[in-house]
Design a protein around this ligand. Sequence first.
Ligand code: ADP
Ligand code: MG
Length: 554
Amino acid sequence: PRHELSNELTALEGTSYGRYKSLRGKWWTGPAVLDISQVQSDPYAPPSRVALHFDAEAADLPAEWHATAERRRALAVLLVKRFKKAAETRDLRIDAGGQEILRRSSCEVGADGTVVFRLGAQLPGHGRRIAGRQAARLLCELLPDAADEALAVGEDEAMRWARHADDVAALREAVAAAGLVAFVADGSMLARRSGVDDRPLEGGVPFAGPESMAAEFTLPHAGTVRGMGIGPGVTLIVGGGFHGKSTLLRALEAGVWDHVPGDGRELVVADRSAVKVRAEDGRAVTGVDVHAFVDHLPSGDDTRRFTTANASGSTSQAAAVVESLEAGARVLLIDEDTAATNLMIRDARMQELVAKDREPLTPLVDLVRSMADDHGVSTVLVMGGSGDYMDVADRVVLMDAYRPEDVTERAKALAARPTGRRVEAEGFAMPRARVVDPRSVSSESRGRQKIRADGTDGLRFGESEVDVRSVEQITDHSMTSGIGLAIEAAVRRGWIDGKATVAVALDRIEEGLGTEGAAELLRVRDVDLAVPRRFEIAATLNRMRELRVSPGEE
Ligand code: ADP
Ligand code: MG
């Protein structure tokens, strides 16, 4: 049966490259069905798209391995990584992802034990002629062999991933039930090899949390784990430069995703709604209510519906905070390295020199307390350069040679000595709701060129391009694609309908993406995608220069 396609390909040897198109469709290559969904027009074009479908019997995976949604997601990642390792040729391009365990289109395991691999295949040519025998080897030998090898996973390895999936799910639940916003297990390795290599640093110092912040959880398989629990409210991370502050914060940012066994951050979890916010001058901001941070501009612009094509560092960060809250973030993560100083602090001396009525900015230090107390939004901030946050912090963690120490008591004692600084805000008010005009974010209205991701830097959306470099929790190229496709689906399906507020539209999108099976996105055949959170989708929408919004009902 495998030979039918093989015979066809061999027969096409030496004919014009365009005739590969005649192969589109489904082929029985026993034990799997090969679906050739898209064929490249020449040998130098992006690879053709193929999918290999195994029914449960052919995949032959024990039911235990895929008994829950979490296990299926982990198993799919394990299978796709094995596939990539097994593929002996660069002409099979499968998206195996990085260190995260995400739902990807490149491999899906169904509740019934079916398995599908989706990948690119570079169909070989001799110039503009079909290299049929090579193509037969690629599609009828190398491809099924790689899949077979992937599926030949051993009991020990598969169950290690399944148990890991159970443990992380249980840990997330327990951490939330304990009222914590994040947890970092002792023994974790937070540091990465380099800025471009996300694997764990070898020989780094393992994490060891302070006694006073210790939290303990019992997981179904790993047993008792102990580590640092970060409670709600305002958490300040201080310490000298190079002592590991940003590394800890980045681990929390990544803690919204699950990680593969051996990553070092397997048992580092953050509230699923934790959002990294940062300054990003030059970005577009559309109709965002930033008045809590920015008011009385010399230009007279209304900051309750603030729009600019070229935001400053401080306004871009203010917009990022407000947009994250609008999307439903319950935890904000901020690092001094990427923050706008004038949005973070305004010290006593500057308050003396520049009167409040000459300063449109209200620094975050005067708002985080109210965000926590009045709105239940926690912040975790890295701030090694200013002591003013000691006044408002619930806890202060000092990083000393990569080891966290609880210095809350000392910081409180220091905060008791007045600096002469005055609080400059009465409180934080949640932003006004916005409604997105679906036409302004539809790729269809912008020419034939559809969605294309440019790594984690940008997203081409029809004729226009969205810069997402500063949306730091986007993990990879495929997630960028997933965001674009989610937005397109949201417009097509009326989840963004010109009436629903951003929050409601995101609820609908999340529901659409979340329910297994309903995720039509994963069935998209001509691009690799990973499923994003609502926050990455919102952040991308908000960065579209064509975005148009109207005020929501109050
Ligand atoms: P900070 O933000 O305090 O200036 P970083 O978090 O940027 O410090 O860390 C400085 C350097 O130390 C980075 O190169 C980082 O990879 C490394 N590092 C961080 N944590 C560890 C660790 N636990 N073990 C070894 N190296 C680490
Ligand atoms: Mg730093």
